[in-house]
Structures are given as structure tokens and as C-alpha cells.
Design a protein around this ligand. Structure first.
Ligand code: ARG
Ligand code: ZN
Length: 867
């Protein structure tokens, strides 16, 4: 294994040079690319060697103030170019390098995707293009000239504004771009190739006309409307809510098939995974349309939270990502249902981030060290980071929070900041009204440094005479790797009492910042104990330990006015049911009560707003169930879930069939309308089909050929777990229909790979050799290998065959694409939670991986898994 020295937050020091201007000349040729870079450098202080990063660069020339640098005046080794004694006055360093984007499968730096040249520079990809400090606190004004053959690359894009175009000899042409805003190298982008353009116009609040351009492959133009409309909605929202306007005359988005992650916020030239651009109702599900809208918004919002104000170093990654996720979550909440959005986000947080926080790769929102920064683009940095911003918002309220944001922007615009700078700005801006802050901001900052999900334990006492409920609360955070001692955190805890007629009294916000706290809530004297609605809206990202009776959960499910708490009560009961079934002892009382409560909900539904009901009926995710099981038995949980779904289908057959009748009318409505009806339809098909209902299977099969991708995919999900003819027919029809559309076919690959068949492993092997499978596309890899790991009986086969297979695949992917491989290696993070057999089998697979030659990215993850 390769083991590089870790980078530490504590070692930060500013770069000893300023780099006010960069001129790049990129000469694209059929077999390689020549990159000439002119750096205007200004030493700051002492005489130091100049060190620039460079990976896989072939040096053609190095000139300092116009003169060649002699061979012994520089060295290039270990990805570092050192100019031993640079001048002490400002100077110009010009390097010319040859790079080979045509054989770059890492998808970092400059690479080819389906004939298109495009870049991904965050976090450290720019060093694969030319020599540069490649750190986010070095900001420069960039001018970029791109030259290529017009036939193969009619479109040449970079950041900022196109300032000149040249027609050259031999069918070549060049375009020069200039970006007026200083930016770090990770925001640089370049795209060259043949693309079709969709153009629109947006006028900002202050009257700036912005040309919006979306660039897609020929034939994909019809699928661009949704992304374009989403962009315009994002621009308007940021003006209305944050008073932040776009700052350039053009905004470009390019869709690329081969992309490691979702999308990238390069200044005025966003590059997107094509699955997050191309969509309409026939080709994308409702959930995908919403996701596309939110990612378009996310990247757009980065223009302020990330680009205008960037990160001092990569330890500050959550400064831009946590904040921008919070902003995109708020955007979706404002445009759609705030309640549904919060519920979906919490479900996701609990099933991904809580799992990460409880395992070997747990790390703080602001890590203290890393080996490969790409390994820290995690749900902790993004989603937990967003929860921290949300808590600040909860603690301060909208008005004070927004004043804090305005303070942050005015203090740090045009600079590279830290999370401390951010929190201090928020606090200072909020306090401008002269009111006490309401919490200890120094203690709040602990959230950034402490890993692990806090446990909130609550005990209570009801005084019937006075009608008072007294709560005793304790918090503690379990130890995480490298962090055994934990401190108390600032927890905003929203609580209320709920009686048989709904909420009693006002909601209260308890701000807990020590190990213990107590609180008394006023209820009705002389009455029975009211239900406790705790952690309303999920006001802090914690696990709650509280004894709640069946009766209390039912009361909350029926009468709580907070939609999150209502949903949470239902989830609690569903978790009980599933865990009891998985342990082989079904709980008949809870099952009967839950079915009765669901029956009432179904009967009361008469159309419209079905999304609320759909989330209420959805079953808890596997990860949160596993967190409550010891040892974890994935096949038992999987079987419990399937049996419970079948039971629901049998017991609720009548109301589900009525539901289908009500929902059918909503099927043709265009997103966002009709999504509730479509969600509920999918749920009804899945439950009824599991119960053996042939009519539901038929309806589902028909939907696969219908006009709605949401219904087609819901149908496939309903049929896929079952050994029935309709399943194979449905998958085949879907394949036949979409085989020429890779973005859509990935859904088929994922469903095939996760179908629980007895010959599952052989089938997955065959999928990897399928003519439509593209081993260089992370989307395809994630579809097949991610689908495979979701194939519980096959992946978790007790003989360890699934684990060994996966380890082999990760090693193979790692040789081409370390970023994608190291993310996949995290599937083994739960190994120590399983029973003895699986534990040792998974551990062997991890050791098998560790024994091979790994990239430093994957080596770092594997080392974390092994400690
Ligand atoms: N900043 C991008 C975002 O919007 C993520 C890009 C990360 N890519 C990478 N190769 N590390 O979230
Ligand atoms: Zn982001």
C-alpha cells in the first residue's frame, strides 16, 4: 500500500508568494495537449524556494523572466517542481508541459469523455494540467486561450467572458476567455468539443442581462428544459432570500457523461454529470427531477458560498459545502413541501451520515488531518455540515441569521475564509440588534471538531396535580476513531406537549450546552400524562433515547402538529415491527396498532397532497435498522422487510385498491403536480404485489411502457424483488425501450444487479461484460456494483463470495479511477457489526484489498477500515 504523510490542519501556513495573474494557453492536438502557463509571482517576505505541484506533466520548457531555467536550478520529483532560488522581486514563471487527456481515466484534471475534453479540478486536479501551487487560498485573475481544430472542437469554453475569437490556418481556431473575479485553481474549467447549445436569458434584480447556456450532446437538446428552468428559479430565489445576485454576463452548464461526482461549481462554467441535467417526465422520475433542480441550485448558490468567498484550505471544505447544502435544502423547502423535504433530509441523514459517524471512517465536519482530500467529500462534510448551519438558523431565527450572512459576505467577499470566520460573522451580524445571543458561540464551534452523533437521553416525570411535565436531559457522544474524549455540544431542542386534541401550549426551544439540563412544560392539571413531542423538526442531529409507549407514539402519529414528529412516531413503530420480525418474534400488538393507524390514514385520503402520506407510509431505511441490531443480520432484516410489506399488502388490500383509484387521476399531471399520487401508486403496487395480487402486477407491468418514468420505475421496484414472470418481462421491456440512452439504462443496470436471484453473482459478472456497460463511467460502475451491494442475499452470502467479488472489483476500479474506487471501498465499513462468520469473511475481503497495490486514496480508506 502507498502511504503518504498526512496533511494537518495545525500545519497551515500561507503560501509565501502572491499570484495575482495567470495566463494559460491550451493547445489541443489529436494525440496530446500542450499547456503553456505564465504565472505572475510576487514573493511575500523571506527568500524561499518556489514550490509548485504537478502530476504526470512532461516538461517542455521552464522560463523565468523570459530565460530558460538551467537544469540544476530546478527539480521535479514527487509531484513537486522546485525552483531553488527564485528572485526576491516580482517575476514571471513560464512553463510549457505536455499532458495526455486521451488516456486519463481518473476523471481528474483534463480528460476525455465521449469525444469531449473537459476538466474536474476540485480538489487537487489542476496540478494534472500545469504547475501551480494548487491550493484554495491562492487567488488569481485568469486569462485562458484555447486552440483546437474547428472540426473536432467547434466549442471552446472556459471561465468568465469570451474576449476574442481567432480563425487560424489548417482549420484551427482559438477562443480567449477572461475571468474578472480572482479565483483559486480548483474553480478553473475548460471544455472543448462538439456540443449543442440551448440558450436563454435571465435579467437580475438590478437589471443585469445574463445569457444562460446549456451545452449538451447532439440529440439531448429536448431534455434540457427542466435544468434551464431550475437555473432561473435558483437565480431568483437567491436574490429574494439572500439578496445575492449573479455577477457575470454569462452562465454556462455543460453535461458530461463521465464524471466522478454530481456536479462542479467552476466559476461561470459549471460541469455536470449528465444524469443531473438531462431530464423530462418521460425520462426521469419525480425524485430525479427534484434532485436535478436542487443540484442546479446547489452549484449556482456556490457562486457566492464557495466562489466569491472560498475556503482557506481543504479542512474548511464544509464552509462552502455545508452552507451550500443548507441553502439548497431551504430552496427546495420553499419551492415544494417544507415538511416533506425536512423528512426526506432527516431520513437520508440518519441512514448515511449517522452510519458514517458510527463507523471506522467517522470524522469531524472539520477534520484535523487527511491523506487524500477526495476521501472527505462525505455526508459528514455536506449533510452534517448543513445541520450545523441549520442549528445556527434555529438558534438565531431567520432575521438574525440573515444579518449574520450579510456580515459574512461583506467581511469576506473576494477572500479565502475559515469556518471560524463564518461562525463569528453570523454571531456578530446577529448581535447587531443588541439582544443577547442566546447561546455560547465558542461551545457551538465544538460541533466542527467533534465527530460522532450525540446521544440525547431523556427521562420525565408527570405531576398530574400541577399538570407539569418535567424533563431531565443528558447528552453524551460515543468515542470515535482517534477521539475518545468528548465534550458537551450546544443542542437546540424544540419540544411541545401533545394531547388528544393536538398540541397543548406553545412549543419551547431548550438550548442545552452542558452534560445535563432540565425543563418543565405546562400541561393540563388533572389530566393523564400528555405525549411528548421531542426534537421537533429534528432541531439537532442527535440520537434520542426515550422510553415511549405504543399509546404515546400513536397519539403523536395522530395529533402532533409538527409533521416531522408525526412522521417520526410512525417510523418508530415501523422500526419496532421490523426489528421484532428480524429477531424471529413478531410483535402482534404493535403490528395491529400500526396497521390500524395506517388504515385510518389511507381511508381519510381523498387525493391531493399525497406526498405527505407517501412519506408517512415509507418504511425506515436499512442503515437505521442495522444501527439498532446487534449483531447486524442483513438477510434477516431484508426478509423481515419483505414479509412486513406482504403483510401490509394483505391487510390493507381494500384501502390500497381504493387509493389506486384516487391516484390514477393524478398520473398525467406534470411535475411537481401529481407526484403525491404517483408515489402512492408505487407504494400500493409494491405492497399489493408482494401480497400476491396479480392485478397489481399487471398494472405495474403496463406502466413500464407508459408515459411516466416515475410510474415505470416504481413498477420495476415493486416487481424486482419477486420471482414472477412479470418481473422479467418488465425488466426486458424497460431495457428494449431505453437501451440507447445510457443515463436511463443505468437504472436498469442497478435493478438487474440488485435483483435477489439465486444466480445473482454470475448475473452481476455478466452485467460487467454487457455490451452497454461502460467501465469508464462512474455512473455505470455505481449502478452495477452499488446495485450489487444492495442485493442483500447475494452480497452478504455467508460464504463470503459476495465480499471477495466486491474486493476484486474495487481493486480493478482503483487502477483506473482512485476517487470512485475509494468511495466504493466504504461499503466494507460495517464489518465489525456483523455476526462472527460475516465479520471474518468481510475482514478477509478487506485484507485481500489491502494486500494489493492501491492508490493513496483507496489505501487511506482501507487503513481506516482496518483500525
Ligand atoms: N464542489 C462539488 C460540489 O458541488 C463537488 C466536487 C468534488 N469533486 C471531487 N473530485 N472531489 O459539491
Ligand atoms: Zn457543493
Amino acid at each position: 500500500m502507498v502511504s503518504a504523510a498526512p496533511v494537518r490542519l495545525a500545519d497551515y501556513s500561507p503560501w509565501p508568494f502572491a499570484l495575482p495573474a495567470i495566463h494559460l494557453a491550451v493547445d489541443i492536438r489529436p494525440g496530446d495537449v500542450l499547456v503553456t502557463s505564465r504565472l505572475d509571482l510576487e514573493p511575500r517576505g523571506g527568500a524561499e524556494a518556489l514550490q509548485l505541484r504537478g502530476v504526470d506533466l512532461e516538461i517542455c520548457s521552464i522560463k523565468l523572466n523570459g530565460d530558460d531555467v538551467a537544469g540544476d536550478d530546478y527539480s521535479y520529483r514527487d509531484q513537486l517542481l522546485t525552483i531553488h532560488s527564485p528572485p526576491s522581486k516580482p517575476f514571471v514563471l513560464e512553463t510549457c508541459c505536455r499532458i495526455d487527456p486521451y488516456n486519463n481515466s481518473s476523471l481528474e484534471g483534463l480528460y476525455v469523455s465521449g469525444g469531449l475534453l473537459s476538466t474536474q479540478c476540485e480538489a487537487e486536479g489542476f496540478r494534472r494540467i500545469t504547475f501551480h501551487p494548487d491550493r484554495p487560498d491562492v487567488l488569481s485573475r485568469w486569462t485562458v486561450r484555447i486552440e483546437a481544430s474547428r472540426a473536432s472542437c467547434p466549442v471552446l469554453l472556459s471561465n468568465g467572458n469570451a474576449i476574442s475569437e481567432e480563425e487560424l490556418t489548417d482549420g484551427r481556431h482559438a477562443v480567449t476567455w477572461k475571468d474578472p473575479f480572482p479565483k483559486p485553481s480548483y474553480l478553473f474549467a475548460l471544455v472543448a468539443g462538439e456540443l449543442r447549445e440551448i440558450r436563454d436569458l435571465y435579467t437580475t434584480a438590478s437589471g443585469r442581462a445574463v445569457t444562460l447556456r446549456l451545452h449538451v450532446e447532439e440529440g439531448d437538446e429536448p431534455y434540457s428544459t427542466h435544468a434551464m428552468e431550475s437555473l432561473k428559479r435558483s437565480m431568483a430565489w437567491d436574490e429574494q432570500v439572500y439578496q445575492l445576485e449573479y455577477d457575470l454576463d454569462e452562465y454556462n452548464i455543460v453535461a458530461v457523461r463521465h464524471f466522478n461526482m454530481g456536479a462542479m461549481e467552476n466559476k461561470s462554467l459549471n460541469i455536470f454529470n449528465s444524469k443531473l441535467v438531462l431530464a423530462d417526465a418521460e425520462t426521469a422520475t419525480d425524485a430525479e427531477l427534484e434532485r436535478i433542480e436542487s443540484v442546479i441550485a446547489h452549484e449556482y448558490f456556490h457562486n457566492w458560498s464557495g466562489n466569491r468567498i472560498t475556503c482557506r484550505d481543504w479542512f474548511q471544505l464544509s464552509l462552502k459545502e455545508g452552507l451550500t447544502v443548507f441553502r439548497d435544502q431551504s430552496f427546495t423547502a420553499d419551492l415544494h413541501s417544507a415538511a416533506v423535504k425536512r423528512i426526506e433530509d432527516v431520513a437520508m441523514l440518519r441512514n448515511t451520515q449517522f452510519r458514517e459517524d458510527a463507523g471506522p471512517t467517522a470524522h469531524p465536519v472539520k477534520p484535523a488531518e487527511y491523506q487524500a482530500i477526495d476521501n472527505f467529500y462525505t455526508t459528514t462534510i455536506y449533510e452534517k455540515g448543513a445541520e450545523l448551519i441549520r442549528m445556527l438558523h434555529t438558534l438565531l431565527g431567520q432575521e438574525r441569521f440573515m444579518r449574520g450572512m450579510a456580515t459574512y459576505v461583506s467581511r469576506f467577499d473576494g477572500t479565502a475564509a475559515t469556518t471560524e470566520d463564518f461562525v463569528q460573522s453570523i454571531v456578530d451580524g446577529a448581535a447587531q440588534d443588541g439582544q443577547p445571543l442566546g447561546f455560547d458561540s465558542e461551545r457551538f464551534k465544538r460541533w466542527y471538531h467533534q465527530a460522532g452523533t450525540p446521544e440525547l437521553t431523556v427521562q420525565r416525570q408527570w405531576d398530574a396535580v400541577k399538570g407539569e411535565l418535567t424533563l431531565e436531559l443528558r447528552q453524551s457522544t460515543p468515542p470515535t476513531p482517534g477521539q475518545t474524549e468528548k465534550q458537551p455540544l450546544v443542542l437546540p431542542i424544540a419540544v411541545a406537549l401533545v394531547g388528544e386534541k393536538g398540541r397543548i401550549g406553545e412549543e419551547q426551544l431548550l438550548v442545552m450546552d452542558g452534560d445535563q439540563a432540565s425543563l418543565t412544560l405546562q400541561g393540563d392539571p388533572g389530566s393523564a400524562a400528555p405525549a411528548l413531542s421531542l426534537l421537533r423538526r429534528f432541531s439537532a442531529p442527535v440520537n434520542v433515547q426515550l422510553e415511549q409507549s405504543l399509546q404515546e407514539s400513536l397519539q403523536l402519529l395522530a395529533h402532533d402538529d409538527d409533521p416531522f414528529s408525526r412522521w417520526d412516531a410512525g417510523q418508530r413503530l415501523a422500526r419496532q415491527v421490523l426489528l421484532a420480525r428480524a429477531s424471529g418474534e413478531p410483535d402482534a400488538t404493535v403490528e395491529a396498532a400500526l396497521i390500524q393507524a395506517l388504515r385510518q390514514r389511507l381511508n381519510a385520503f381523498d387525493g391531493g397532497g399525497g406526498q405527505d402520506l407517501a412519506v408517512l407510509l415509507a418504511l425506515p431505511g436499512t442503515a437505521e435498522l442495522e444501527a439498532l441490531q446487534n449483531p447486524v443480520d442483513p438477510p434477516a432484516l431484508y426478509a423481515a422487510r419483505r414479509e412486513w410489506i406482504a403483510e401490509l399488502g394483505r391487510q390493507l388490500a381494500d384501502p390500497l385498491n381504493q387509493l389506486l383509484d384516487v391516484c390514477r387521476g393524478e398520473w398525467p399531471q406534470a411535475w411537481p403536480a401529481g407526484q403525491g399520487g404517483r408515489s402512492l401508486t408505487g407504494l400500493a403496487w409494491s405492497w399489493l404485489a408482494a401480497a400476491g395480487d396479480a392485478e397489481a402486477r399487471n398494472q405495474a407491468l403496463e406502466a413500464v411502457s407508459g408515459p411516466s418514468m416515475t410510474l415505470a420505475r416504481a413498477a420495476l421496484r415493486a416487481l424486482q424483488p419477486m420471482e414472477v414472470d412479470e418481473r422479467d418481462l418488465a425488466l426486458d421491456r424497460f431495457y428494449q425501450r431505453w437501451q440507447d440512452k445510457p443515463v436511463i439504462l443505468d437504472a436498469w443496470f442497478a435493478l438487474e444487479a440488485s435483483a435477489p436471484r439465486t444466480d445473482g453473482l454470475q448475473r452481476v459478472q455478466a452485467l460487467l461484460e454487457h455490451p452497454r456497460f461502460d467501465p469508464l463511467a462512474p455512473n455505470s460502475l455505481r449502478a452495477v456494483l452499488g446495485g450489487f451491494t444492495a442485493n442483500v442475499p447475494v452480497f452478504h452470502a455467508i460464504d463470503g463470495s459476495g465480499y471477495r467479488f466486491m474486493a476484486d472489483q474495487i481493486a480493478a476500479v482503483d487502477r483506473r479511477n482512485p476517487i470512485t474506487a475509494s468511495r466504493m471501498a466504504k461499503v466494507f465499513s460495517r464489518w465489525s457489526s456483523y455476526g462472527v462468520d460475516r465479520q471474518s469473511a468481510m475482514r478477509q475481503a478487506i485484507d485481500q484489498l489491502a494486500a494489493g497495490e492501491l492508490s493513496s486514496n483507496t489505501a487511506e480508506v482501507v487503513a481506516m477500515l482496518r483500525t
